[in-house]
Write a protein that binds this ligand. Structure first.
Ligand code: C2E
Ligand code: CA
Ligand code: CA
Length: 771
């Protein structure tokens, strides 16, 4: 994303690999330019006639060709670079035009034609070149920043005036400086300096050099040298057209033409680096001051030498002071803007561009402090964690941005949307404006719903929304947020894609929920409150017990005996489920090891939660418990729900193979509820399959479809070598149906209810006695 105010210009550059040569034509023109320059040089060295004309022709031709090159590359390069090249083309074209006009004027008049038109054309050319640099990618994005850089150039140029006066101009007669057009030529080297300073500034702004920029720098340096020598010769009337220094101008144009041969730099958008770069650029603040120091010394010396301050030194010093003052103000403003941007960063979520938790809390605080009516909507994405786990963080980020955008759209300005956590959003609705928070919640939920047939965002994400309105019952904003949280959990419990408003009843319930969590922690830490019930699994044909399933219960000190549905979801949510499973496993194995003498080979079935299945250490734990309790591994069956098994992929299969390797059995629990494909079933290394109660419940009545389903699943399971258990057999009819279908095993109230270990042992003893 891009920061507010961080425009494309604030980017770092990386030079791309050189482009392959683009045919002969592009290089022939360059070779021609080089030949022209070499020819000119030879012409001068050999002192052939008509040097002035040769010099003019060479400069005009090379500048014209360079202009064509710049235009051509402007069309090819990305749009961000187009202005840059176009302005350079203008520079080159103006150089060619100026020189051509100069040639005509020189040939028709007498002496050097220092006319206003020619001066204007040359100066316009230099200005266009400076503009090109200021439009470059690594130049500051703000007008202030660009002006500051330009001022740096002016300061450098002005500061050098007293110094150059001392070095070069001191002994020039007043009369030659009095000719206004001739002294206008002094402007060229000064403008060259401005441009060079701008170039240095923008190229120190990019981390990696773009060779083309270095070439342009070299071109500027050559031109500055030529201009300086020209001016110093000219003021002494020592310059004649066709001087050796003339070679420098076409050379500087050639360098620009060569620069067009480099491929466009690749832009790197990196917001953090951007700020860093801005900070690092501060050192440049110091450079002009060094020059100004030098300038002051030179001015004082000049005074000493000339008796009084020469006019040119005086005015340039005055200009320098003004430029420095303006620059100072600009820097101060830039700093303020930078600080504001940093503050913005602290209050903004970089991914979605939404206000972050800090900003949200501040806004809420403002309302609460002024007792303004306000409602908070807390929104949690339901499936986000799975998306992140399965498809990676990049996809997760994409989803978050898309979701944020949709919600922002749905909100339509009726509230302040913020991202307050990983997959948590919040909306602040100003109560004064009378927007209906429930309506907003419905709109938000609808926005996350499928937008079309191939909408893959909605397929992965639903949300739960909790709503709380600020009222007298709240002591502060933390109170209000807690209520929104309570409502949000209630919405989650109500199923996906729901919202709830916090009510007093909900609040009371939440308090007991919090207590229950604390109680459960204590129960697990102190022990003695969890119990196991054992439900027989029997052979349908004979009614003989073949195993027992261990089912956990919690004997709560105040609430009495709680079933697994009352506390297992809670344990799962707060990460205690693994501890519960571990306790159950050990307890069940110990019991089963104990009943082997009464019923050798009688298995015990233990339920394993999905969270436990994801744990890499599960197989090792199971092996250890089996060893410790002395139970034969084959007498232990681990029950895993079908949903848990199809949820994972290769990792789950690997874990199952590890478990099988320890010798324990594996049952696919609640089969028929998870819609697993039959081919997948084949890959699961299970030994048993438990047909879910919901199918068995429909047996015995007039539901031929249920009958057919159970019959088909039993056949299929048998084909896969899976032992079938029909769960929830309650009635005589169901038992008969199961027997008829040929299900080998059954479990349910018809055969026996979950019972205590003592009860189970006593019925085993009875069975042993009667056998
Ligand atoms: P489940 O694994 O499908 O366990 C069978 C559930 O069906 C038990 O409920 C059992 O009491 C009940 N049931 C058995 N026969 C009949 C019948 O004929 N009719 C009806 N209507 N119900 C019958 P329970 O004990 O309430 O357990 C509920 C679920 O809690 C279990 O379903 C299992 O998924 C989970 N669970 C129980 N104990 C544990 C445990 O120690 N660890 C884990 N992770 N989950 C457990
Ligand atoms: Ca089970
Ligand atoms: Ca089951």
């Amino acid at each position: 994303m891009s920061l507010p105010g961080a425009a494309p210009g604030g980017s770092l550059l990386r030079a791309a690999a050189p482009a392959p040569g683009r045919g002969l034509r592009s290089w022939t023109a360059l070779a021609l330019c080089a030949a022209v320059i070499v020819g000119e040089l030879l012409w001068f060295l050999l002192d052939l006639p008509r040097r002035a004309l040769v010099s003019d022709a060479a400069a005009t031709v090379v500048a014209g060709i360079a202009a064509a090159y710049c235009l051509r590359v402007a069309r090819r390069h990305p749009s961000a670079l187009r202005t840059f090249w176009r302005l350079l083309a203008v520079t080159m074209a103006l150089a060619a035009a100026g020189r051509a006009i100069w040639t005509v004027a020189r040939l028709t008049g007498d002496g050097l034609p220092h006319t206003p038109l020619i001066a204007t054309i040359f100066i316009a050319g230099i200005c266009a070149g400076t503009g090109a640099l200021l439009s470059f990618l690594s130049a500051p994005d703000s007008a202030i920043g660009r002006t500051r850089i330009l001022l740096d150039g002016v300061i450098v140029a002005l500061a050098l005036v007293p110094i150059s006066w001392l070095i070069a101009l001191r002994d020039v007669t007043g009369s030659s400086l009095a000719d206004p057009l001739r002294s206008l030529a002094l402007v060229y080297p000064m403008l060259d300096l401005v441009q060079l300073t701008v170039l240095v500034a923008i190229s120190s702004g990019s981390r990696v050099r773009w060779p083309a920029l270095s070439l342009i720098g070299a071109s500027l340096a050559v031109r500055a040298l030529a201009d300086t020598v020209y001016v110093s010769l000219n003021v002494r009337d020592d310059y004649v057209a066709g001087h050796l220094i003339d070679v420098c101008w076409p050379l500087s144009y050639l360098l620009i033409a060569v620069a067009t041969r480099y491929p466009a730099p690749v832009r790197l958008d990196d917001a953090d680096d951007n700020v860093e770069r801005l900070l690092a650029a501060r050192w440049r603040t110091a450079v002009p001051y060094l020059l100004v120091g030098g300038s002051i010394v030179a001015t004082l010396v000049a005074r000493q030498v000339a008796g009084s301050s020469p006019a040119i030194v005086f005015w340039s010093s005055l200009g320098l002071l003004a430029a420095l003052a303006i620059r100072q103000r600009l820097v101060a403003r830039e700093n303020r803007q930078l600080a504001a941007r940093m503050r913005g960063l602290a209050h903004q979520d970089p991914l979605t561009g939404l206000p972050n938790r800090l900003a949200f809390n501040r806004e809420l605080q403002r309302h609460v402090r002024h007792r303004r009516p306000v409602t908070v909507l807390l929104l949690d994405l339901d499936g986000f964690k799975q998306v992140n786990d399965r498809f990676g963080h990049a996809t997760g980020d994409q989803l978050l941005t898309a979701v944020a955008e949709r919600m922002r759209h749905a909100l339509d300005g009726e509230g302040v949307l913020a991202r307050v956590g990983g997959d948590e959003f919040a909306v602040l609705v100003d109560g004064v404006r009378e927007h209906d928070p429930e309506l907003i919640a419905r709109r938000l939920l609808a926005a996350l719903g499928p937008a079309g047939p191939d909408d893959d965002i909605a397929g992965h994400c639903t949300a739960s929304i909790g709503i709380a309105a600020y009222g007298p019952q709240h002591s502060g904003q933390a109170d209000l947020l807690r209520d929104a949280d309570i409502a949000m959990y209630a919405a989650k419990e109500a199923g996906k894609s729901a919202y709830r408003v916090c009510t007093p009843a909900l609040r009371r319930q939440a308090v007991s929920r919090a207590e229950l969590i604390a109680d459960l922690r204590r129960a697990l830490a102190e022990g003695g409150q969890l119990e196991l019930a054992y439900q027989p699994i029997v052979a349908v044909g004979t009614g003989a017990m073949s195993g027992a399933e261990a089912l956990v219960r919690w004997r709560h000190p105040r609430h009495g005996l709680l079933g697994p549905d009352r506390f297992l979801p809670l344990a799962e949510e707060i990460g205690l489920i693994v501890a519960v499973d571990r306790w159950v496993l050990r307890e069940a194995c110990r019991a089963a090891a104990g009943w082997q003498e009464l019923a050798p080979g009688l298995t015990v079935a233990v339920n394993i939660s999905p969270a436990n299945l994801r744990r890499p250490g599960l197989a090792a734990d199971v092996a250890e418990v089996v060893r410790d309790t002395g139970l034969a591994p084959a007498a232990l069956t681990l029950e895993l729900t079908e949903t848990a098994l199809i949820d994972g992929t290769e990792t789950v299969l690997e874990r199952l193979r590890q478990l099988r390797a320890t010798g324990v059995r594996i049952a696919i629990d609640d089969f028929g509820t998870g819609y697993s494909s039959l081919s997948y079933l084949h890959r699961i290394p299970a030994t048993e399959l438990k047909i879910d109660q919901s199918f068995v419940a429909r047996l015995g009545g007039a539901d031929p479809q249920a009958y057919a389903t159970v019959a088909m699943v039993s056949k299929l399971a048998a084909a896969f070598d899976l032992v079938v258990v029909a769960e929830g057999v309650e009635t005589e009819e169901q038992h008969r149906a199961v027997a008829e279908i040929g299900c080998p095993h059954g479990q349910g109230y018809r055969y026996g209810r979950p019972a205590t270990l003592a009860q189970l042992r006593s019925s085993l003893r009875t069975a042993q006695a009667s056998a």
